[in-house]
Write a protein that binds this ligand. Structure first.
Ligand SMILES: Nc1ncnc2c1ncn2[C@@H]1O[C@H](COP(=O)(O)OP(=O)(O)OP(=O)(O)O)[C@@H](O)[C@H]1O
Length: 325
């Protein structure tokens, strides 16, 4: 649905994006994470063609948006909704008028706007507040208006720029649940940028880590957490600093899907007649399936470590030695 191919973009001497390629499937919810200045906003802005790449191309729903201008560009942008961190609502217009304003911008006739705005507000569960002004709403309600407005042009793609960063954790969860429901109901593809791993964990099917303008990791969440050494996986399941335990090798195990339900560590202990110490564990719901990480201390005996690694790998558990003997 969104294909980014070899996109580079510099501002003066600053390389914001360096040869970025990314494929986001239809209906997928894709998270782009990275530190401040990594290039996330620039990347998002190339998708709705607010930013033109110096080289490379961006295609959205079969249309190469990076090479359009004028009327064609405006038409392509109608297929792409945008949700912002600070909502960007017009303060002296009611909730309904904010949505109607967006409908007007995409050329809807005056007669249809009120009913369509009502329909959009229904979608986000805010029809009852249609006549309120933004200042009378909570942050979560304002973001619902922001989402209703983004849906006005009936886009196929929704871009979210830190949409929940100004919200508290409970409201964040509600807004993300709404986005997930809308993605399912309307077949929306969502690309979101965030610096919060909790957002990725709750809503994303796949994610990419951007660093100094380059993608350093990408994949579905399930694949990432199975990848030993994945930084995204480590951030999704933080187990903290690796302790220094003399005479021990420390390994991190990552479980996903069915393996997360099995008593693998008990089986390991029994099969190898081994005393294992569990130093930390975390288990969560990822992309609708259970996944988790466990940190173990094993005796610093190369043969035992090799046998444990072989046993775990055989049981489809990803193993990473985080502290060797
Ligand atoms: N219009 C611009 N003019 C000059 N430099 C820019 C412009 N837009 C972005 N940059 C620079 O490009 C780099 C990437 O910026 P970008 O805003 O894309 O990063 P980001 O990951 O979204 O950061 P943040 O999370 O802080 O928003 C930064 O060094 C930034 O200063």
């Amino acid at each position: 649905m969104i294909t980014i191919e070899h996109v580079s973009r510099s501002f003066g001497g600053t390389r914001a994006l360096a040869d970025v390629s990314l494929e986001i499937g239809r209906g997928q919810i894709f998270g782009v994470v990275g530190q401040s200045g990594a290039g996330k906003s620039t990347l998002l802005r190339t998708v709705n063609a607010l930013e033109r790449p110096d080289s490379g191309s961006v295609t959205v729903d079969g249309v190469q948006v990076s090479h359009l201008s004028g009327q064609e560009l405006r038409a392509a942008r109608h297929g792409i909704g945008m949700v912002f961190q600070h909502f960007n609502l017009v303060g002296n217009r009611t909730v309904a008028q904010n949505v109607e304003f967006a409908l007007e911008a995409v050329g809807r006739g005056r007669g249809d706007r009120a009913a369509e705005a009502r329909e959009m507000l229904d979608l986000v569960g805010l029809a009852a507040r249609a006549d309120a002004y933004p200042a009378q709403l909570s942050g979560g309600q304002r973001q619902r208006v922001g989402i209703a407005r983004a849906l006005a042009s009936r886009p196929r793609v929704l871009l979210s720029d830190e949409a929940t960063s100004a919200l508290d954790p409970d409201t964040t969860r509600q807004i993300l649940a709404l986005l997930r429901r809308l993605s399912g109901d309307l077949g929306l593809t969502i690309m979101l940028i965030t610096h919060e791993m909790a957002v990725v964990k709750q809503i994303c099917d796949a994610a990419a880590l951007l660093e100094h303008g380059s993608i350093v990791e990408r994949g579905t969440l399930t694949d990432l957490i199975r990848t030993p050494g994945s930084r995204l996986a480590r951030d999704l399941f933080p187990l903290g600093e690796v302790p220094d335990i003399p005479g021990s090798v420390i390994i991190d195990l990552t479980f996903a899907g069915e393996e997360a339900q099995k008593p693998t560590i008990a089986l390991l202990s029994r099969a190898l007649d081994l005393d294992v110490s569990i130093l930390g564990a975390t288990i969560e719901d990822i992309a609708g399936a259970q996944a988790g990480r466990t940190r173990l201390a094993l005796p610093a005996d190369p043969e035992i470590v090799a046998r444990a690694q072989a046993f775990l790998t055989e049981h489809s558990v990803a193993v990473e030695v985080v502290k060797a003997a």
